[in-house]
Design a protein around this ligand. Structure first.
Ligand code: GLN
Length: 284
């Protein structure tokens, strides 16, 4: 009898211990669930919508972002897809005007802006930027027959008009006064997309378009009768913008970017869209 009682007591004690350390009553499934919970709690903290990474872009900026039928393609789209994968999140792309990306990121409408976006002092007042993933150069597109052959031929005396994509650095630099190195705001005509600015150039509404080099090459390839001046207007760093308070996402994206740089994925993506970058290392 004594033996039976002591066995019973042992069973009760083991059971009580199990209740205390509830993990031993968990099945493997439950354990997996709790790990997932931890991961999703982490991603919830980093993004506005649970499990989703919302990227804002302006998909009229080839080869960084553009529409292919109903879907999105380009360097930024592929980089963002890889980042989302690494973070265990589903990428959602919102195609908006370039000028509304930063405001939307600040208000939390978008988790990040990935749009061939140049890091500059003014934008850094509003948002944080990740480490840079590519280099951009502002160039000048003119009509083939144009008398404009170099930057020196660009006049700010009212005789020439400059087409830019609204709110881009091309717009910002061109709009500076002559003393500051620009052409004066009154001589700049702003368009919603670079493609619209290029159409204005073709129809003679503007004399030159100031825009990033890779989109410039795409537009010149897609439109006859245009050329890019052989001068670099400004060299800039592209990075992803994220809300200032969301340092968790900033750190996570930087970590993902570092991995993509280290294992060669980033360069592969860039080379796929800009084959010449194999030689001229357009990528950072
Ligand atoms: N790099 C330019 C900027 O950041 C243009 C970007 C864009 O038009 N998508 O202003």
């Amino acid at each position: 009898m004594k033996k039976v009682i002591s066995i019973l007591m042992a069973v009760v004690m083991v059971f009580a211990a199990c209740m205390l350390f509830s993990s031993c009553t968990k099945t493997e499934d439950e354990e997996e669930n709790s790990t997932n919970e931890a991961a999703s709690q982490e991603s919830t903290a980093m993004t506005a919508k649970e499990g989703v990474l919302v990227m804002a872009t302006n998909a009229a900026f080839p080869p960084y972002e553009y529409k292919e039928g109903d879907s999105f393609a380009g360097i930024d789209v592929e980089i963002a897809t890889k980042i989302a994968e690494k973070l265990g999140l589903t990428l959602e792309i919102q195609d908006v005007e370039f000028g509304s990306i930063i405001g939307g990121v600040q208000s939390g409408k978008f988790d990040m802006g990935v749009a061939g976006m140049t890091v500059n002092e003014e934008r850094l007042q509003s948002v944080n930027f990740t480490d840079s993933y590519a280099t951009g150069v502002q160039v000048v597109i003119v009509n083939e027959g144009s008398a404009i052959a170099s930057l020196d031929d660009l006049k700010a005396d009212g005789s020439m008009k400059y087409g830019v994509q609204q709110d881009t650095t091309g717009d910002i630099y061109s709009s500076y006064s002559v003393d500051e190195g620009g052409f004066g705001e009154e001589n700049v005509i702003r368009y919603k997309t670079g493609a619209d600015a290029v159409q204005a150039l073709k129809s003679g509404k503007v004399d030159a378009v100031i825009i990033d080099n890779e989109p410039a090459k795409s537009f010149v390839a897609a439109n006859e009768g245009l050329k890019i001046l052989d001068t670099e207007y400004a060299v800039e760093d592209y990075a992803i913008c994220i809300a200032k308070e969301n340092t968790a996402l900033l750190d996570a994206v930087n970590e993902a970017l570092a991995e993509l740089k280290a294992d060669g994925t980033l360069q592969q993506i860039i080379n796929k869209y800009i084959p010449a970058s194999l030689e001229d290392s357009s990528a950072a």
